[in-house]
Design a protein around this ligand. Sequence first.
Ligand code: AKB
Length: 316
Amino acid sequence: MKETLLILGASGQIGIELTQKLRKIYGNNNVIASDIRKGNEEMMSSGPFEIIDATDKETILSVIQKYKATQIYLLAAMLSATAEQHPQKAWHLNINSLLAVLDLAKEKHINKVYWPSSIAVFGPTTPKLNTPQFTVMEPSTIYGISKLAGEFWCNYYHEKYGVDIRSLRYPGIISWKSKPGGGTTDYAVDIYFKALEKGSYNCFLSENTRLPMMYIDDALNATVQLMQAKKEDIKIRTSYNLAAISFSPKEIVSEIKKHIPDFKISYNPDFRQAIADSWPQSINDDYARKDWNWKHQFNLSSMTTDIIKNLKKNLL
Ligand code: AKB
């Protein structure tokens, strides 16, 4: 069956790169990018683009019908740090977009849905090391609360209405083509840009704050692999734990110094420190590895080498 994919929130950090990857796999005209604002030059010129508010079910339906879309990737969301400043708006966007899409799947307008969850579903009472798939979940951020509620909406729609919804609990995603906005793990992207542009970085987390992270290439591969897996191999319909690497600001700094020996770092923790302190340090993703053969490729050292090589080409 020919698949046509609609991406909601395509102009965000993951959307920009996922859209290009999916266009390579499924063909440019079979991947409809959309966002509340225009995409970048490459996205707008390489395939169809529509302006969509991801909470507006009627507009989503009209675009599904226009292109005969069969699947939705819902990436629109307000991330942890911004959500703490705008709790009501964050809840509205994160939950109502999901409910709109789940309803469209229930009504059989589309046959498959991808929706990312996050390590933010865990909270201060969760075991911090090698955090299991099934464990205590008492998130203290509005972003985490919305993702946890969203996971159970996904599971409910799967159990009650047979909706084929698939989800991953992303750790912090590190990319160099596109920057994140409003997350707690964003420092690990900014630090590379600032290292090359200024030779120094003022970090908003303390030096020993360890968090689960992943290079964008691994995150994109995991997403495609999950969506292409056989239905019967997807055993978890809340969201899968997903892991690659864990590191602290201090560890990323020592890796960057191997390439830029004069790099200078200062630490000025702000309100994001409390968010980071409530999250796990490392994640156990055995279920993803067992159910659909997930494997990551990049460690801190190979990721740093790849990012610095690419940023040198593109920034300098
Ligand atoms: C954030 O920091 O809010 C996100 C996430 C871990 O989901 N990157």
